[in-house]
Design a protein around this ligand. Structure first.
Ligand code: PBG
Length: 325
C-alpha cells in the first residue's frame, strides 16, 4: 500500500502515539559511569576538557558514588591515576595500589554496586604505553603476564568485572586462566574487543595522564579504516572467554556495533569516549547545539545500533532526565 492509503505520519501525530511505537529505549540499567581516582584526600578536580567530570580521591569518590547510586545507576568503571609510575607499571598490580584500595573501600560501603575495573598499563607506565617495552616495541607476551597480575589484583580487591583495554593478543585467555587459577571463576571479563586507535581519546589521556611519551598506539589499537578486522578481534575474544564484548569509540563506529550485534549473542557494550563527550559539551557551551537533545540522540543511536550497555560520561545527566520523565 502506498500514499495516499498509507500515511506513515499517522503514527507520529502525538507524543502518546509516538511512545507506543518507539522501537528503542534508553534506561538507567544500560548505563556505566566512568570514574577517575587519584591519590590524596579531599580532591575533586575538574578535567579541563571534560566539564562536569572530575578526578576524585578515594574519600571524595565515595560521596560521588552515593549520588550515582541514588540516581539508580548500577555500574561504574574505574580508572586509576597513581602517584608512582615505572617502566613496567608496577603500581598497577600492587596490593595497595590506587585501584585496589579504592575497590576495597567502594565494595565495603556499596556491596551491590557493580564495580568494573579497567585493566591496562598506560596510566601506570613512565612511557605511557599499554605494555612492556622491549627493543623499542610493546612486547605482547611479556605484557600478558602483567595484565594477568593486574586483573587478579583487582579481583582480590573485590571487582565484579575486569575490562582489559590494552589490545594485546591473547589477553582474554590469559586473564581468564589467571582468574580461575587464583580462585575467581565468577569474576567476569568485559573485553575492549574492538578498540580503535582513535583521536577521540584525547581528553581521557589528559584526565588519566596516560598519553604515550613516544610514538603512538597504532601497533596495538585498531586502524579506524577496518571493519572485517573487528569481526576477527571479537571472534577471538569470544573464543577466549570474554563475557561481554565492547566497541570503542561508539558514535563514529555504529556500523561496527551493528555488525557485532548480528554476529554474536553476547552482551555488547559501547564506550562513548571522552572526545565524544567533549565535542557535545563544547558545542553546547558555545550555543551551537542543544546539548541535552544531542546527548540523548547520540545515546539512542548507540542503542539502536545494537549496544546493550553504554559506558558514558553522561550517565548521571541521563539518569536525572529519566527520573524526571
Ligand atoms: C586505557 C584506556 C583509554 C581509554 C579507556 N581505557 C585510553 C587509551 O587507550 O589511550 C579511553 C577512554 C576515553 O577516551 O574516554 N588504555
Amino acid at each position: 500500500m502506498f500514499f495516499p492509503e498509507y500515511r506513515p505520519r499517522r503514527l507520529r501525530r502525538t507524543e502518546e502515539i509516538r511512545a507506543l511505537v518507539r522501537e528503542t529505549h534508553l534506561t538507567v540499567n544500560d548505563l556505566i559511569y566512568p570514574l577517575f581516582i587519584c591519590e590524596g584526600k579531599g580532591i575533586k578536580q575538574e578535567i579541563r576538557s571534560m566539564p562536569g567530570i572530575y578526578r576524585f580521591s578515594i574519600d571524595e569518590v565515595l560521596k560521588e558514588i552515593e549520588e550515582v547510586m541514588n540516581l539508580g545507576i548500577k555500574a561504574v568503571i574505574l580508572f586509576g591515576i597513581p602517584d608512582k609510575k615505572d617502566e613496567v607499571g608496577t603500581s598497577a598490580y600492587v596490593k595497595d595500589g590506587i585501584i585496589q584500595r579504592a575497590v576495597r573501600k567502594i565494595k565495603q560501603k556499596f556491596p551491590k554496586l557493580v564495580v568494573i575495573t579497567d585493566v591496562c598499563m598506560c596510566e601506570y607506565t613512565s612511557h605511557g604505553h599499554c605494555g612492556i617495552i622491549r627493543n623499542g616495541e610493546v612486547d605482547n607476551d611479556l605484557t600478558l603476564e602483567q595484565l594477568a597480575k593486574i586483573a587478579v589484583s583487582h579481583a582480590k580487591a573485590g571487582a565484579d568485572i575486569v575490562a582489559p583495554s590494552d589490545m594485546m593478543d591473547g589477553r582474554v585467555a590469559r586473564i581468564r586462566e589467571a582468574l580461575d587459577e587464583a580462585g575467581f571463576p565468577n569474576v567476569a571479563i568485559m573485553s575492549y574487543s574492538v578498540k580503535y586507535c582513535s583521536s577521540f581519546y584525547g581528553p581521557f589521556r589528559e584526565a588519566a595522564e596516560s598519553a604515550p611519551k613516544f610514538g603512538d598506539r597504532r601497533s596495538y589499537q585498531m586502524d579506524p579504516a577496518n571493519s572485517r578486522e573487528a569481526l576477527r578481534e571479537a571472534y577471538l575474544d569470544v573464543e577466549e572467554g570474554a563475557d561481554i564484548i565492547m566497541v570503542k569509540p561508539a558514535m563514529p563506529y555504529l556500523d561496527i556495533i551493528k555488525m557485532l550485534r548480528s554476529e554474536f549473542n553476547h552482551p555488547i557494550a559501547a564506550y562513548q569516549v571522552s572526545g565524544e563527550y567533549a565535542m557535545i559539551k563544547a558545542a553546547g557551551k558555545l550555543g551551537f547545539l542543544d546539548e541535552e537533545r544531542v546527548m540523548w540522540e547520540s545515546l539512542i543511536s548507540i542503542k539502536r545500533a545494537g549496544a546493550d550497555l553504554i559506558i558514558t560520561y553522561f550517565a548521571k545527566e541521563v539518569a536525572k532526565l529519566l527520573k524526571k520523565a
